[in-house]
Design a binder for this molecule. Structure first.
Ligand SMILES: CCCCCCCC(=O)SCCNC(=O)CCNC(=O)[C@H](O)C(C)(C)COP(=O)(O)OP(=O)(O)OC[C@H]1O[C@@H](n2cnc3c(N)ncnc32)[C@H](O)[C@@H]1OP(=O)(O)O
Length: 194
């Protein structure tokens, strides 16, 4: 059984998402939004090291290969790790909208077990926007980009000001991020949102 709850149905006044004119070109690798991110950062030895690419419209594709550190049952990916892969891919859609947003709700269906060593082929798309609310959906396939769907998710992201992170993050990581010119450049690119 699958299907998202009423909380993830876009309201009647929702509109179609609009790709930002400065969004990365289709096919372009996005790179990590933060080196310490468990989903995409290069500084996390046991992280997912998920690599996301801009697609057409407001779509993203991504890949993640399940490592031994990601097991739940013997030889199988942990469900929470698979949810992280979906969450990270959905979060990457914000690059195409040039909006800073965080996950408010994530509903996941686990349809097939995913063994260690498997590459999960992820695809995500924004389906609607209503004010600060961004409604999106994602799938993760195994055996190739056209293989069977192993996991899927629907999500609601909520737009926040960049201050959200400075207000709530642990001071030492916030300080380090603010001292990193690359990190600040990425954050500023999102602030200039018409
Ligand atoms: C930089 C990008 C990184 C991407 C990394 C991958 C994504 C992540 O994992 S992000 C980390 C996980 N998420 C978080 O930490 C978020 C924690 N939550 C929060 O900070 C807040 O609850 C937040 C910002 C989502 C909403 O709070 P706030 O800004 O006060 O807005 P609020 O007024 O409550 O909600 C705004 C709208 O969203 C709706 N909404 C908020 N949360 C939910 C929810 N869980 N379910 C349904 N609707 C919701 C509200 O009903 C409201 O709707 P309406 O405008 O119609 O009344």
């Amino acid at each position: 059984m699958s299907g998202s709850s009423a909380a993830l149905q876009p309201p009647a006044d929702a509109v179609k998402p609009v790709r930002h004119p400065d969004a990365p070109a289709p096919g372009e690798l996005l790179g990590a939004h933060y080196g310490g991110c468990f989903g995409c950062g290069g500084d996390q030895p046991h992280g997912l090291h998920l690599e996301a690419r801009a697609g057409e419209g407001v779509r993203i594709t991504a890949e993640f290969t399940v490592q031994a550190a990601h097991q739940g049952a013997p030889g199988l990916a942990h469900g929470g790790v698979l949810a992280t892969a979906l969450d990270e891919t959905l979060g990457s859609l914000n690059w195409l909208l040039r909006t800073v947003a965080v996950t408010g709700r994530l509903e996941t269906d686990f349809l097939r077990p995913v063994p260690v060593g498997t590459t999960l082929h992820l695809e995500a798309e924004v389906v609607a926007v209503a004010g600060r609310k961004i409604y999106s959906t994602a799938t993760g396939r195994v055996g190739g980009p056209d293989g069977p769907v192993a996991v899927r998710a629907d999500a609601l992201f909520v737009e926040v000001k960049i201050d959200h992170f400075a207000q709530h993050g642990r001071p030492q990581e916030i300080r380090a991020a603010m001292e990193d010119p690359d990190q600040m450049r990425r954050a500023r690119a999102f602030e200039v949102n018409p």
